[in-house]
Write a protein that binds this ligand. Structure first.
Ligand code: SF4
Length: 378
């Protein structure tokens, strides 16, 4: 489904449910600050099924991602995939690369109706990936799981975090994504939340050159390329010389073909995207931890459609700073999660973007977080 073929005032393109924060890995960048054990107050199986029933009110084929933590740290994951599929949802999963991701479980998920599996690979070698993931053997387990998913006929997505510590790995990861037969490579530009605060974001100029490189990869690769928390990838694609590929996807679009540029094409926090935490809080994204409601008390449909926070995030004219003055705000709009992480205001300018709109003479955002300054945007 094309993310802009739906009315994102009415429904998200993707609803993520963080089914647990439990995980056997200790990744340096973990948004969820994952723990070894399940939280005693996480949504139960019955509450989860009730959430899936409610999500179905968004419409037939609503895309739901079960994430974590490691969603396989729960023992009801296959049941949840089966239930969601039965009520008319498109169910996908982002398991961690651990020993629990066996061939048998992958086949059971496939039989339950899983539509896609997304696995994280942050380095092109076992040494680089395992160092980042904090677990020896994780690379090998992830690659084996990717091959098992393909053999089961499951479409595969590879997620990669890009920051100063991993940017040198991107060419090797690109090659691996092709070797594994993935349908989509999703490149996540670090937002410093959770344990990700210990990592170093790219500076805006480096981010710009990485996006230009990714746009070139998208021209050649047999798989799709999209960015997450870097909607200026769309602006970069528009600004590339005529004759180059002018398609680009940003944020979570695991299903559809690339869009044309020239209208708003991707999805961003609160606009085509919603996140339900392990205890039921509803956020615009997992990287924008500002709750707008809780599914134990309210319908996720009502929170998405009607809450003040979600509605403001769907209004490009509500943006502030240079994003508010930018002629690309209707096709880009900047990462609302990153603006929130740095300023506490989700409508402020995205400090990762190197572009300065013509005639703009207001303040430029700085990447300053936790006492570490990386670069200003000019
Ligand atoms: S200034 Fe903001 S809206 Fe304009 S391209 Fe950069 S991030 Fe996007």
């Amino acid at each position: 489904m094309n993310p802009r073929a739906i009315d994102t005032d009415e429904r998200p393109f993707v609803l993520i449910w963080e089914v647990t924060q439990a995980c056997g890995l200790a990744c340096k960048h973990c948004r969820a600050d994952a723990k070894p054990r399940r939280h005693p107050d996480e949504l139960s199986t019955a509450e989860g099924k009730s959430l899936l029933d409610d999500a179905r009110r968004f419409g037939e084929g609503q895309l739901v991602v079960l994430s974590g933590g490691d969603p396989l740290a729960r023992d009801d994951t296959v049941d949840l995939v089966d239930y969601g599929t039965d009520v008319g949802l498109r169910m996908t999963l982002t398991p961690s690369g651990t020993a629990s991701l066996t061939r048998e479980r992958i086949e059971a998920l496939d039989e339950a109706g899983l539509r896609r599996m997304a696995l994280s690979i942050d380095g092109g070698s076992a040494a680089a990936h395992d160092e980042f993931r904090g677990e020896p053997g994780s690379f090998e387990q992830t690659v084996q799981a990717a091959r098992a998913a393909r053999e089961a006929g499951l479409p595969l997505q590879i997620n990669t975090t890009v920051c100063a510590e991993t940017v040198g790995e991107l060419p090797a990861v690109r090659d691996l994504v092709g070797d594994l037969g993935a349908a989509l490579w999703s490149v996540f530009f670090l937002v410093p939340v959770g344990r990700g605060r210990v990592l170093t974001p790219l500076d805006p100029d480096r981010a710009e050159s990485v996006m230009e490189w990714l746009s070139g990869v998208a021209d050649e690769a047999p798989f799709g390329v999209k960015t997450t928390e870097a909607p200026h990838y769309r602006r970069v694609a528009i600004q590339r010389p005529r004759g180059s590929d002018r398609s680009a996807r940003a944020d979570d679009d695991p299903g559809g073909p690339p869009d044309g540029i020239g209208r708003r094409t991707g999805i961003t926090a609160g606009d085509g995207f919603a996140f339900v935490s392990h205890v039921g809080d509803v956020y615009p994204s997992g990287f924008l931890p500002e709750p707008a409601g809780n599914v134990r008390a309210e319908s996720v449909v009502d929170v998405y459609r009607d809450s003040e926070l979600f509605r403001s995030l769907r209004d490009p004219d509500a943006l502030r700073g240079k994003c508010g003055a930018c002629s690309y705000r209707h096709v880009c709009g900047g990462s609302r999660s990153r603006a929130f992480a740095y300023t506490g205001d989700p409508l402020e300018a995205d400090p990762l973007c190197a572009y300065v709109p013509d005639g703009y003479d207001g303040p430029l955002p700085e990447q300053s977080f936790g006492g570490r300054e990386t670069s200003s945007a000019d």
